[in-house]
Every structure is written in structure tokens, then in C-alpha cells.
Design a protein around this ligand. Structure first.
Ligand SMILES: C[S@@+](CC[C@H](N)C(=O)[O-])C[C@H]1O[C@@H](n2cnc3c(N)ncnc32)[C@H](O)[C@@H]1O
Length: 233
């Protein structure tokens, strides 16, 4: 295995790190909040007494977005995040690393088997993660368990995703808070070209009063996916 030589914090994003390897390559990483535990087979690297988890952009759309030049990343140490569509926890585990012990991640997932995996691999090892077995289309069902948050991260690949994300943001997002959303064109409408779908989803966010600040394509890390960042004004 290629040896990791040194690590530095990302220039713009606190809690995100860049590990330099002896072959000259550099990779994104986060400090492992659950030392010794892997979530998706990622490489663990120890430098200066800390353990880092290498963050794979082909497995995590947030890492892909950072590699593609994301400008705004409101997820930092202490951030409260409502995460819609946690699946088995690949990206959520890195978000949990970044926000650290003073942050909170409310993780919504509606598939029971997937949620069990999320709990076993992620939630039981991390005190900042609160799993919620629930359907993101019905935010009032989990309103009792979620406080006001700084960021809503959505990756639910649903038709009308923006509508459901805005419903959650109306209910839980602080003023000035951020929506980060992955749009999978094919899941939303197979009859439309991807750019048409992205535009429709972004227009819906704007119609609901959320200002789209940034959007980017995730190729080559993810085909036919866009990543959007919007703010509650
Ligand atoms: C693409 S995966 C998420 C991957 C994850 N965000 C990551 O990066 O590691 C989408 C997940 O959203 C879940 N999902 C889809 N619609 C949902 C809904 N309405 N409510 C809750 N979860 C939903 C699916 O069951 C699936 O596990």
C-alpha cells in the first residue's frame, strides 16, 4: 500500500483534510470520529496521532462535489445537519466526522433494512448521529425529534425532490441556513434530458424562496448527477 506522508486541513473547508501520499497523489479525508472503524471499506491512515478516513469521490457525492470545485460548504465543526436519505452511511459518516462531537446529524431513511445497516455501521459508533426511520416526504412525522438545523443535505433521488426538500427546509432550516442537494436526473424523470431536470428542480427551490447559489455536474464521479447549494434568505 502507498504510504501517506503528511496531512493538511483543506484551505477553505474546516474539518476537511487533504492527505499527501508518497507517490505524489493527494486525497480528501476526514478525522475518524470512531477510530478503528471503517464504514464502506475506506482506507484508514494514521498521521501525527490522529486517524483519517480517506474520502472516496466515486462513493460520496459531497466528496465528488469538493473535487469538482464546490465553493460553498456550510458543513463544518459544530454544524447541525438534517440528512435526507442516509442509506448505509457512506457520506453521512464523513459528515459526522466533519461536524464532530459538537455537531448533530439527524439521519432520515425510509428503507428499514438499509436503516438497520446505517445504525450498525454508523449510528452506534457515533454520538452525534440520530437515526430516524421515516419518509422524508412527510416531515411533520418526525418534527418532534428534530431541532432547527443549519444545513439540510438531501440525496433521496425522488421525483419532485425539490418540493420535499423545501417542505423540510420550511419546517427545520434556520434563516440563512443551507440546502445541499444531489439531483439524480434519471430517477427524477427518465423522459427529460438531465439539464432540463436540473433546471426544473432548481426553479422549484427558487419558487419556494430558496436562493440557488451554486450548481455543478458530478461527472466523472457520478454520471447524470448535479449538486446544488441553495440558501434560505
Ligand atoms: C442514493 S442513496 C443515498 C446515499 C447517501 N446519501 C450517501 O451518499 O452515502 C438514496 C437513499 O435515499 C433513500 N430514500 C429515497 N426516498 C426516500 C424518502 N422519501 N424518505 C427517506 N429515504 C428515502 C433510499 O432508500 C436510499 O437509501
Amino acid at each position: 500500500m502507498i504510504r501517506a506522508l503528511k496531512v493538511r486541513e483543506h484551505e477553505e473547508f474546516p474539518g476537511v483534510y487533504v492527505v499527501d501520499f508518497e507517490d505524489g497523489s493527494s486525497k480528501l479525508a476526514t478525522i475518524n470520529l470512531a477510530p478503528g472503524i471503517k464504514v464502506y471499506g475506506e482506507q484508514l491512515v494514521s498521521i501525527g496521532g490522529k486517524e483519517y478516513r480517506i474520502w472516496n469521490p466515486y462513493r460520496s457525492k459531497l466528496a465528488g462535489a469538493i473535487y469538482k470545485g464546490l465553493k460553498t460548504n456550510p458543513i463544518k465543526p459544530g454544524t447541525k445537519v438534517l440528512y435526507l436519505g442516509v442509506a448505509s452511511g457512506t457520506t453521512p459518516s464523513h459528515v459526522s466526522d466533519i461536524i464532530g462531537p459538537s455537531g448533530v446529524l439527524y439521519g432520515v431513511e425510509f428503507a428499514p433494512r438499509v436503516m438497520r445497516e446505517f445504525i450498525e455501521k454508523v449510528a452506534v459508533h457515533r454520538s452525534n448521529v440520530i437515526p430516524l426511520l421515516a419518509d422524508a416526504r412527510f416531515p411533520s412525522k418526525y418534527a418532534h425529534f428534530v431541532e432547527a438545523v443549519d444545513v439540510i443535505y438531501a440525496d433521496i433521488a425522488q421525483p419532485f425532490q425539490s418540493k420535499y426538500v423545501a417542505d423540510n427546509a420550511d419546517m427545520f432550516l434556520k434563516k440563512g441556513g443551507w440546502i445541499m442537494m444531489a439531483i439524480k436526473a434519471m430517477s427524477i424523470d427518465v423522459t427529460k434530458a438531465p439539464s432540463e431536470t436540473y433546471k426544473r428542480e432548481m426553479d422549484e427551490l427558487e419558487r419556494r424562496g430558496y436562493k440557488v447559489k451554486e450548481s455543478l455536474h458530478l461527472e466523472p464521479y457520478d454520471e447524470a448527477h448535479a449538486f446544488v447549494v441553495a440558501q434560505k434568505l
